[in-house]
Design a protein around this ligand. Structure first.
Ligand code: ZN
Length: 326
């Protein structure tokens, strides 16, 4: 029987624990304005709460990784004054060249350990259904293979959903309710191609890094209930979730590598940094306000701009719209 795979010292959101936030880019292309907003938002939230801020490389889906992107992203963050902390809890897993950022591909044995634990609790099963069959039965998986005891090595693996989450409270958007059928779906946690799913990796990473607040783009809000149900299944207190509006070019079209979002310009970070602040609800310059404002900050260093932004952080000013056209 596998033992519970988490340290008993890890406790979440209890008492006066230090805030620990993170930005977790996928190295599928250079940083664009949309990912800059998520980086800046998570950084400011952590720093305004005297917390730590980590950068984690979400390279679990190796088919999407662009070999040069990781370095480009980290260089860009640095140029924008977004300097990350070293996570002492996971430092032993860092390798040369990781620049103090945890990488998912270095953690496969860790994900397997958690999968083994779930297996020992009979909470996972192999599934032989094809995409076509699932689509024909309505699009959501109906648990067809739950009691078939199929091989776990040659099939995708699903989580037996015993703790569905139907609602949660988001730190920006408030109460959220979830489609009950989607909440109950036995979703895939290890894919047919042998890759661990994003859902499993992100939850195990956030637990191991002791993340107290997940600040990220609203495109991931629909997945939050599934992640919360995995925390429940693993009997670990979840972090708080804060979703930021998503930068889109038109409704439903987020900036991404796929739609050729331009890389942010690291050699002149001020304009895009100020634009990101404005996106996050920071006040536009006003003639009556003689204190520093976005206009008078335009010539300051990124570091000075961020210091000002930390001081003036207010998550209540963030627009409660899941998408904002830029
Ligand atoms: Zn199946």
């Amino acid at each position: 029987m596998a033992v519970w795979p988490f340290s008993s010292q890890v406790s979440f959101n209890q008492g006066n624990q230090q805030v620990r936030g993170r930005f977790a880019p996928s190295p599928s292309g250079p940083l664009h304005f949309g990912s800059l907003v998520a980086a800046v938002g998570s950084y400011l939230h952590a720093k305004a709460n005297n917390g730590l801020w980590f950068v984690r490389i979400e390279d679990i889906d190796t088919s999407r990784v662009d070999a040069s992107a990781q370095g480009q992203i980290l260089d860009a963050l640095y140029a924008f004054g977004l300097h990350w902390d070293v996570d002492l809890q996971t430092q032993s897993q860092l390798q040369n060249g990781d620049r103090n950022c945890l990488k998912q591909t270095a953690r496969l044995s860790r994900y397997q350990e958690v999968l083994d634990f779930l297996e020992s609790k009979e909470l996972i099963y192999g599934c032989a259904c094809t995409r076509k069959e699932i689509k024909a039965s309505g699009g959501l998986y109906q648990g067809t293979c739950r009691d078939k005891y199929l091989d776990l090595h040659n099939n995708p693996i699903r989580l037996k959903q015993t703790r569905p989450i139907y609602q949660f409270s988001d730190g920006i958007f408030g109460p959220q309710s979830c489609d009950p059928l989607m909440a109950q779906e036995d979703y895939i946690i290890k894919r047919r191609d042998g890759l661990f799913s994003y859902q499993l990796a992100v939850v195990v990473d956030d637990i191991d890094q002791g993340i107290t607040h997940v600040v990220r783009g609203a495109d991931i809000m629909p997945l939050t209930a599934r992640q919360l149900s995995l925390y429940q299944t693993l009997e670990v207190d979840p972090p708080e979730f804060l979703h930021l509006p998503l930068a889109v070019t038109k409704p439903g079209h987020k900036l991404s590598k796929q739609n050729h979002a331009p890389a942010i310009n690291s050699s002149n970070p001020q304009p895009e940094l100020l634009k990101a602040l404005s996106f996050l609800g920071y006040a536009q310059p006003s003639l009556s306000n003689k204190s520093l404002n976005l206009d008078s900050l335009a010539k300051a260093s990124p570091q000075t701009i961020l210091e000002w932004a930390v001081e003036h952080w207010s998550q209540t000013k963030i627009n409660q719209q899941t998408e904002i056209i830029i």
